[in-house]
Design a protein around this ligand. Structure first.
Ligand code: DON
Length: 304
C-alpha cells in the first residue's frame, strides 16, 4: 500500500526548506504581495481517500488555470466548431507571445496561451446570456462549491496593466477573430483569471477531467472523447514553453497559472493540486513543478 500522506509530508518538508523559491509574479500588481512561503498540496483520488499538506485551505488566484475551464465550457457547447478559430499545437513560446499570432493570421496555436483563451472568452461572451455569472456558475457547479468567486480587485489590477493582452485582443480583432468588443472580451478574460480557489477546490474542479467527464456529483459535463482532447491539450500546451519539460519530469496532463497554482491529473486515478507563488523563469510555480516531479517519481504513477 502506498502511504500517500507520508509521501506528501516528505515532499512538503523537503521543498519547504529550499531557500530559492522562485519569483512571485509582479506584472499584475495585486499578485505581487502574496507571501512566497505559502505552499500547499491536495490530492483527490478518484476511487479512494484524499490527502493534503501545508496551506491547502488558503485561496489563491488561479489565473491561467481558468483557461482549461473556459475551454471546457466552450467545447461542451460548440463541439468541434471551436477549432475553426484556434489550433491545438504547442506554441513553444511564452504564454503572452504575439509574433506567431501575426504570422499565423490571427489563429492562436492553442486555447491555453493568452490569445487562444481570449478567443474562447469571445465565444463564451457571444453564447452566454449573462457571461461572467454563467461562467462562474459553471465553475461552481463542476466543483460543487458555491463559495468560489472572482476577485474583482485582481481583475481590475490586471485591466490596468494588461497592455500585452490588449495588444493580443486588438491583433485578433484586426484579423476578424473576435466577434465582440475588445474591452468586453478582456473584461470577461480578466475576471475568469481572477477566480480564487484553494488546492482542494482546484482538485475538485478538475475531477471531471480525471473521471471521464463526470464531476464529483456524477453529473456528465463532457464526453469521454472531449476529455481525451482536453487532457491532450493540457499535456502538450499546459505549460507553454515548458510543456516538454513538464511531460518529461512529471508525465501528466496539467495546467499552471501565474498565481503559483499547478493542477495535474492521472485519468481514473487522481487529481493533484499544488500552490507555491514563486515562479520559475517560464512563469510556472517553481516548487510546484518540483513537488509534482517528486510525487510521480516516488509513486511511479504517470500516464507513461
Ligand atoms: O493574461 C495573463 O497574463 C494572466 N491573467 C494569466 C497568465 C498566466 O497565468 C500564465 N500562466 N502561467
Amino acid at each position: 500500500m502506498v502511504d500517500y500522506q507520508e509521501i506528501l509530508n516528505s515532499i512538503y518538508a523537503k521543498l519547504q526548506k529550499r531557500v530559492d523559491k522562485g519569483k512571485v509574479a509582479s506584472y499584475i500588481p495585486e499578485l505581487a504581495n502574496v507571501p512566497k512561503e505559502k505552499f500547499g498540496i491536495y490530492l483527490n483520488r478518484i476511487k479512494g481517500e484524499n490527502y493534503c499538506v501545508g496551506d491547502w485551505e488558503e485561496p489563491f488566484s488561479i489565473q491561467s488555470i481558468s483557461k482549461v475551464l473556459s475551454f471546457a465550457l466552450a467545447f461542451s457547447k460548440l463541439k468541434n466548431q471551436v477549432f475553426r478559430r484556434l489550433d491545438v499545437e504547442p506554441s513553444g513560446n511564452p504564454f503572452n507571445h504575439l509574433s506567431l499570432l501575426e504570422m499565423e493570421n490571427g489563429i492562436p496555436r492553442n486555447p491555453f496561451i493568452n490569445s487562444g483563451a481570449i478567443v474562447i472568452a469571445d465565444m463564451l461572451l457571444s453564447m452566454l446570456d449573462d457571461p461572467k455569472n454563467d461562467f462562474l456558475a459553471f465553475v461552481q457547479g463542476i466543483t460543487n462549491d458555491p463559495t468560489i468567486q472572482f476577485n474583482k480587485t485582481v481583475a481590475a489590477s490586471e485591466a490596468e496593466t494588461g497592455y500585452g493582452n490588449y495588444a493580443a485582443a486588438n491583433l485578433l480583432k484586426s484579423f476578424g477573430n473576435l466577434e465582440n468588443d475588445v474591452d468586453r472580451v478582456l473584461d470577461f478574460y480578466f475576471h475568469q483569471c481572477s477566480i480564487e480557489m484553494n488546492c482542494k477546490q482546484l482538485s475538485n474542479a478538475f475531477y471531471l477531467f480525471a473521471n471521464r467527464g463526470k464531476c464529483m456529483q456524477h453529473t456528465t459535463h463532457l464526453s469521454i472523447n472531449q476529455v481525451k482532447r482536453i487532457n491532450a491539450i493540457m499535456l502538450t500546451c499546459g505549460f507553454y514553453d515548458e510543456a516538454g519539460e513538464f511531460a518529461f519530469e512529471v508525465g501528466l496532463p496539467g495546467k499552471s497559472g501565474v498565481g503559483g497554482g499547478i493542477v495535474a491529473l492521472l485519468p481514473n486515478e487522481f487529481v493533484l493540486s499544488c500552490w507555491s507563488p514563486g515562479l520559475n523563469e517560464k512563469g510556472n510555480s517553481y516548487l510546484g513543478m518540483l513537488a509534482l516531479e517528486e510525487f510521480t517519481t516516488q509513486t511511479n504513477l504517470s500516464i507513461f
